[in-house]
Design a protein around this ligand. Structure first.
Ligand code: GLA
Length: 408
């Protein structure tokens, strides 16, 4: 990374940082309903070698790009102005400045092994790598949750993607060997005091003008290998175009349902109150009832999964994964033929449970499998895809890895 940075930018970088992709164990389409999620960080990460610049230029180069340096001026950054991959790092720099942090420019060299277009949050990894590098380059006093919220702002308001905060929180705040149990309901911070153990930088390089928001989260041990289990990621290698507009439509549907039910967010609807809520929504257009049922039952699945992981009962997570997939398929309707076939085939071949992970309409499936069956499950899914006339999926075993950090 250092040599390549020097080759491109002509001087040595100040350091190298990394931020990972993620898979979500359970808690899908709950984050923008202020509910619960349980992601892990992947070992695959975006790495960035970086050096500050005092002339206000932001120069970006990606080893996965087309061998051009994108050269921008930080005080000219505006939503919609940068449309390529460079919009994600540029958006983070914009969001930091919007939040009142006094930062200058930088030279950034990126290299990534996070599969793109696979529903594994390569864009959140890119954003969080930039956020953590700027935190250190400009000595900003920011917690990992604050970094995630800035990265989410970049994605929502600069890149124009209306995502929740799960992916950025997974990338910024996960630790090795654990899943992140996150309550996505933002909490106003009492006098700016974080409820998490402090991971702020050492000295302040700017004064934020926006009130601090806190997200409550906790690390839940997740080491299935210790019980002879493997977590497989099955990248179906399909991404249906439908996904982009459909995500915003689903989000709007959930928000409309909450409004009709007189709730701040669907997170506030209990399982006991669900039947009455479904009756209220019955007369309204837009099939809102099944969306609501998914969100309420999914939040319950997260809570149940955390109880089981706290007890160290990793195998019991399996049926929760499979139930989550059925809910995404039948109620939320974001699965597709490829993710359904991968999940169903994995279970039929001996997985304890399997589900699509991420936003849906393609992307990846996770499967929890006894280690001795991992190869058989992989081969069964490959055979099923070939029989369906589709390209073979990419299958790899994964572990809960570390969140954003300085490497060097
Ligand atoms: C995408 C979004 C997340 C979340 C998931 C669905 O990954 O970026 O915020 O909404 O979809 O759970």
């Amino acid at each position: 990374m250092r040599d390549e940075f020097e080759r491109i930018f002509g001087a040595a970088p100040s350091g190298v940082w990394a931020a990972p992709g993620r898979v979500n164990l359970i808690g899908e389409h709950t984050d923008y309903n202020e509910g619960f999620v349980l992601p892990i960080a992947l070992p695959q990460a975006v790495r960035v070698a970086a050096a500050p610049r005092s002339d206000g230029r932001l120069r970006l180069y990606s080893a996965q790009g087309d061998d051009v340096v994108t050269d921008l001026l930080v005080d000219r950054l505006a939503p919609g102005a940068v449309t390529s991959w460079a919009g994600y790092p540029a958006g983070v720099v914009w969001a930091l400045r919007e939040a009142g942090h006094r930062i200058g420019g930088a030279d950034l060299y990126f290299d990534s092994d996070v599969p793109t277009g696979a529903g594994l949050s390569s864009s959140a990894a890119l954003e969080c790598a930039v956020a953590v590098a700027f935190r250190d380059l400009y000595q900003l006093e920011l917690t990992s949750a604050e970094l995630a919220l800035l990265a989410q702002r970049a994605e929502n308001d600069f890149a124009g993607v209306p995502c929740g905060v799960m992916d950025q929180m997974a990338s910024s705040s996960c630790v090795e060997g654990a899943a992140l149990f996150l309550d996505t309901r933002p909490q106003p911070s009492a006098g700016g005091t974080p409820t998490q153990p402090s991971d702020r930088g050492t000295s302040a390089g700017g004064t934020p003008t926006q009130p601090a928001t806190v997200l409550n989260y906790r690390q839940v041990p997740f080491r299935p290998a210790e019980q002879g289990l493997a977590l497989l990621v099955i990248d179906t290698r399909v991404k249906h175009d439908l996904g982009d507009g459909a995500y915003a439509t689903l989000r709007a549907g959930c928000e409309r349902a909450a409004e009709l039910l007189g709730l701040a967010a669907l997170r506030d609807l209990s399982a006991e109150a669900l039947p009455a809520a479904l009756a209220v929504l019955d007369g309204h257009p837009g099939e809102l009832g099944p969306l609501v049922r998914h969100v309420v039952t999914e939040d319950e699945r997260v809570v149940r999964a955390v109880e089981l992981l706290d007890k160290g009962d990793f195998a019991a997570l399996g049926p929760i994964l499979t139930a989550g997939h059925a809910s995404l398929r039948d109620d939320f309707k974001v699965s597709c033929a490829e993710t359904d076939l991968a999940a169903d085939t994995a279970v039929a071949a001996g997985a304890l449970g399997a589900r699509m992970t991420g936003g849906g309409f393609g992307g990846s499936v996770i499967a929890l499998v006894p280690q001795e069956l991992a190869t058989a499950v992989e081969e069964a899914v490959e055979a099923a895809f070939l029989a369906a006339g589709w390209a073979a999926p990419k299958v790899f075993a994964t572990v809960a890895a570390a969140g954003a950090r300085r490497l060097d």
